[in-house]
Design a protein around this ligand. Structure first.
Ligand code: PEP
Ligand code: MG
Length: 759
């Protein structure tokens, strides 16, 4: 049985790879007959109709004439029964079953013993496999085998279907359906543009060898290419400086420096000297270096391999396309790729870039957060994105719904054209709120802060009317370097933000790496990174890192006096008191060095680990304020990985359990007179704003793009209205119900356009 499964597994994989799904299905049907000693096998697949219909796609052992002609509704006949009940049937007398429906002229009457299993993916019945025998009942092993096969087949069919669906995109033949790809909402907004697929055409591995006689021109063209790439990267850093902070730009400079590495250049010279032309010499050098790193199976080194390949491609483009410009960017470029990096974004002139669609990544990927800050929609983690076939096609990107329409028909274009007009009207209305103070309809003052740290959002933040920085994530300056930043480097970064927001509070969070925020130069290998070494757990184990950071923060605060320090991933009092001890020690040392007293910053704890919820009073007594991190709190309370596309639909910060936990935190804050704020994504979600105000929170911190939307919501509701809704929400059992109630409330005020494409 095991070897049978593996053999069939290979055939199943064929289904996803093969351009001809029919052939692969026939192979499976044939193999099942042999392996399970059956007489007939039929495979029905579900159509996209509403209601869905099962159509016979493959049949071995029965009259082949019936293929494509037999259809069943869900619930109709034995096939329909398996589909509607979503469970297997194993019958020794199929024709005796009350639901049996004979297919005339099929020949099935000769084989009365039936075993049928559904093909299911993500709760959706994609089809049914039925095998039949003339005699000898199917046993449990047969049933288990067929179920295993069907589950593997489901994934492959999904993949093949999506690829097959796009095979005719852009062809002359009009497609009957619109090509929609679904992923996760990475950054809100909508755009219509032209797909530009990254790295199209040119691949290192496809460079051919070429013998040369004269080495000098090869060496010269190689040197020129390297120099041009170095210049380009430096210019990119310059260009991005307008929209990204210094530390982000360092990424591009680091790339440029890699090209100074002697071995990359010298090894290529050697190869040219041996008589191969420069592109192939470069190809071999890049491959050799990347491969050495990859072999070591180390996260940090593996990442270097990718960097080297990325650089390799850049130099190759210059070598091969010296005479022609690399890319003619469409005016409205939708950047499409399997994996889009920050440097890819920098390649596109910012006035051309209108959206991003990526096969991989999630809403918390670096690129998605960059997109958010740049104000462009992004759809991330699109399974089976037909990247290779998309270049040059028109694409409608819906960053609210997390979907994109490829080669859209006139109806979709017209629909989204209207949505875009509506969105512009909404934006205009929102801009008028910029300088208005934030009050609820019944005059309760609410404070709105921005989350920052990732990019140059300081100026947009100030312009949007933020009253301070509620969360400055300090990870990024650490992530864009290839070593820990020095105290001086950190001092400059923190001084900059504290000065920019002088007179307003700025909450700098201590390093929260680990989990999904790796440091390439501090590799951590763990089976469950989110339950592992992250946040304050790392910095307490490495006081030298923590102390350097806190020194930089406290020094930067001198003369600014607006610093608040926030500690991430606090799970109990000991971590908190250990951190407080170190912070106070640092402050005392700086005072000693300076010879005078300095201001003690306010110190707060993030409440994002469930244990902290139950220790809330004790934690509050140790700190000046608390800030709820709804992203991690939701992830840990619901046991749903915040970055996993497979469980994305279960991730809901409006889940009644999360709402109850937050209410408990707010009550703890009240009992101990500790200010409570919220800095997770929920604080910037218009529905979340209503829930958070309804539970008694009056201090929210969010990404700059969400601020005016949140303000609009707050100004449209009274506190009693929101309190009443919250009272209802926590009585509910299903997070969808909660979402629906808040959505209806928003719609009731004519504000539906704040959360979706179209009003
Ligand atoms: C959170 O967990 O809600 C939060 C604000 O922190 P981060 O997203 O950086 O983990
Ligand atoms: Mg967090």
């Amino acid at each position: 049985m095991p070897s049978m499964i593996y053999r069939l597994q290979r055939i199943v994989q064929e289904v996803s790879r093969s351009p001809d799904i029919q052939h692969a299905l026939d192979l499976i049907a044939q193999s099942l007959i042999t392996d399970l000693v059956a007489d007939a096998c039929t495979i029905f697949l579900t159509t996209d109709d509403d209601p869905p219909v099962l159509t016979l796609k493959s049949s071995v052992g029965l009259n082949p004439e019936i293929i494509g002609k037999v259809t069943r509704k869900f619930g109709q006949g034995l096939i329909g029964l398996v589909a509607s009940k979503a469970e297997a049937i194993n019958l020794i007398n199929g024709p005796g079953h009350k639901d049996f429906l004979l297919v005339p002229e099929s020949g099935e009457a000769e084989f009365p013993i039936y075993l049928g299993v559904p093909i299911i993916s993500h709760r959706k019945v994609l089809g049914v496999i039925m095998i039949q025998r003339a005699q000898q009942a199917f046993n449990e092993d047969d049933e288990a085998f067929l179920t295993t096969l069907a589950s593997q087949l489901a994934t492959s069919i999904e993949h093949a279907e999506s690829q097959g669906r796009y095979r005719t995109i852009g062809s002359e033949k009009p497609e009957p359906t619109t090509h929609i790809v679904k992923g996760v909402a990475g950054s809100p907004g909508m755009a219509i543009g032209e797909a530009l697929v990254l790295n199209r055409g040119m691949k290192l591995e496809s460079v051919p060898d070429k013998r040369i006689v004269d080495r000098r021109p090869e060496i010269k063209s190689f040197d020129d290419a390297v120099r041009k790439v170095q210049e380009e990267l430096t210019q990119q850093a310059e260009r991005m400086r307008a929209s990204l902070p210094e530390e982000e730009c360092a990424l591009f400079l680091a790339y440029a420096q890699m090209l100074n590495s002697g071995s990359l250049i010298d090894d290529t010279y050697k190869r040219i000297e041996q008589g191969n032309w420069s592109p192939a010499s470069w190809r071999d050098t890049v491959e050799e270096h990347a491969h050495v790193f990859e072999q070591m199976e180390d996260e940090y080194l593996a990442e270097r391999a990718n960097d080297i390949r990325d650089l390799g491609l850049r130099v190759l483009r210059k070598l091969m396309l010296e005479q022609s410009p690399y890319i003619d960017f469409p005016d409205r470029t939708v950047l499409v790729g399997d994996e889009i990096s920050a440097t890819d974004l920098a390649d596109v002139p910012s006035d051309c870039l209108c959206a991003i669609v990526s096969a991989h990544g999630s809403s918390s990927s670096h690129v998605a957060i960059l997109a958010h800050a740049l104000g462009i929609p992004a759809v991330m983690g699109v399974p089976n994105l037909p990247v290779k076939q998309m270049d040059g096609l028109k694409v409608v990107v819906d960053g609210y719904g997390g979907c994109a329409y490829i080669d859209p028909n006139e109806n979709v274009l017209a629909e989204y054209g209207t949505y875009l007009e509506e969105e512009e009207a909404i934006e205009q209305d929102l801009r008028s709120l910029k300088d208005e103070p934030t009050f609820t309809l019944d005059h309760h003052r609410i404070t709105l802060y921005v989350n920052s740290g990732l990019m140059a959002d300081h100026l947009p933040s100030l312009r949007s009317g933020a009253e301070g920085v509620g969360l400055y994530r300090t990870e990024i300056p650490f992530q864009v370097r290839d070593r820990f930043p020095t105290e001086e480097e950190q001092y400059h970064i923190y001084s900059n933000v504290l000065k920019t927001f002088k007179g307003m509070p700025v909450v700098l969070r201590t390093l929260d790496v680990g989990g999904d925020k790796p440091l390439s130069y501090f590799p951590i290998k763990e089976a469950n990174p989110f339950l592992g070494w992250r946040g304050v757990r790392i910095t307490l184990d490495h006081p030298e890192i923590f102390i350097t950071q806190v020194r930089a923060m406290i020094r930067a605060n001198i003369g600014n006096d607006n610093l608040q320090i926030l500690l991430p991933m606090i799970s109990g009092q000991t971590e908190l008191s250990d951190s407080l001890f170190l912070i106070h020690r640092v402050k005392d040392e700086i005072e000693e060095e300076l010879g005078h007293d300095i201001q003690t910053p306010q110190i707060g704890a993030m409440i994002e680990v469930p244990s902290a919820v139950y220790l809330i009073d004790d934690i509050c007594r140790l700190v000046d304020f608390i800030s709820i991190g709804t992203n991690d709190l939701t992830q840990y309370l619901l046991a749903v990985d915040r970055n996993n596309e497979n469980v994305a639909s279960l991730f809901s910060s409006l889940h009644p359990a999360v709402l109850k936990a937050m209410r408990h935190i707010v009550e703890g804050g009240c009992r101990t007179s500790t200010p409570v704020s919220v800095c997770g994504e929920l604080a910037g979600d218009p529905l979340g704003v209503m829930a958070l105000l309804g539970m008694g929170i009056d201090n929210l911190s969010m990404s700059v793009g969400s601020l005016l939307r949140a303000k609009k919501v707050i100004k449209s509701f009274s506190l009693p209205e929101m309190e009443a809704m919250f009272g209802e929400a926590i009585q509910m059992t299903d997070p969808k119900e909660v979402r629906e109630m808040y959505t209806n409330a928003l719609d009731g005020k004519g504000l539906g356009g704040l959360i979706r494409a179209g009003k």
